[in-house]
Write a protein of this length. Structure first.
Length: 171
C-alpha cells in the first residue's frame, strides 16, 4: 500500500528500487520498468478522442505509484496491436497530491499539449512495432514517490488503438 492508497494494477505499487549500485568503487546505474501493459493481453482505447485524456478513455484505474528517488531519466515504450489515429500521441504525467494536480514527467504544465512534453511516443505506430521515446530528464520535483498516469491525444473519436506492451523505463 502506498501513500496514494493502493498498489499498481500489476501489484507492488510500482516501486523501482535503488537507482545505482557501487561495486569495488565502480558505480553501476540500473534501470527499471514500470509496466502498464505486459503483452499477456491487449487493452483497447475505445473511440480515442482528439482532446487530451487519461489512457483507456479516461479510466483512472490504471494509475500507478512509483518511487523515483535517485532517478534522473525516463523513456516510454509502446507496442500497439491496432495503431491509433494518424498523428496521435502518448505521454506520462505525475502527481504529488494523489491525483488532483498533474504535471508531465519533464515538468511541463498539464495545460500544455502532449507534443511539447517529454517523454512521448507516437500512438499511431504500425501494429507490432515496438517504439521507444528518447531519454528525457525527470523533473526534479518528480524524483520522489509519485502517482503516474498515461495520457493520450490526437485521436479521431472512432479508431480504437489497442496496446500490447506499454512501460516506462527509468534510470
Amino acid at each position: 500500500m502506498s501513500a496514494f492508497g493502493g498498489a499498481g494494477p500489476f501489484g507492488g505499487g510500482g516501486g523501482v528500487g535503488p537507482a545505482s549500485t557501487t561495486v569495488r568503487g565502480v558505480v553501476y546505474t540500473t534501470s527499471q520498468r514500470i509496466t502498464w501493459q505486459n503483452g499477456v493481453a491487449s487493452s483497447a482505447d475505445t473511440n480515442s478522442p482528439a482532446a487530451k485524456q487519461e489512457w483507456l478513455t479516461g479510466l483512472t484505474t490504471r494509475r500507478q505509484t512509483a518511487d523515483l528517488t535517485g532517478r534522473t531519466q525516463a523513456r516510454l515504450a509502446l507496442q500497439t496491436a491496432v495503431p491509433g489515429f494518424a498523428g496521435s500521441k502518448m505521454s506520462i504525467q505525475y502527481s504529488l497530491d494523489g491525483g488532483t494536480n498533474w504535471v508531465y514527467l519533464d515538468g511541463t504544465a498539464d495545460a500544455t499539449p502532449i507534443g511539447a512534453a517529454t517523454p512521448q511516443v507516437a500512438y499511431d505506430t504500425a501494429a507490432g512495432t515496438l517504439t521507444t521515446s528518447s531519454w528525457a530528464t525527470i523533473h526534479a520535483a518528480a524524483r520522489t514517490e509519485v502517482l503516474l498516469r498515461i495520457v493520450t491525444s490526437g485521436g479521431d473519436g472512432i479508431v480504437d488503438p489497442t496496446v500490447f506492451y506499454l512501460w516506462l523505463e527509468v534510470r
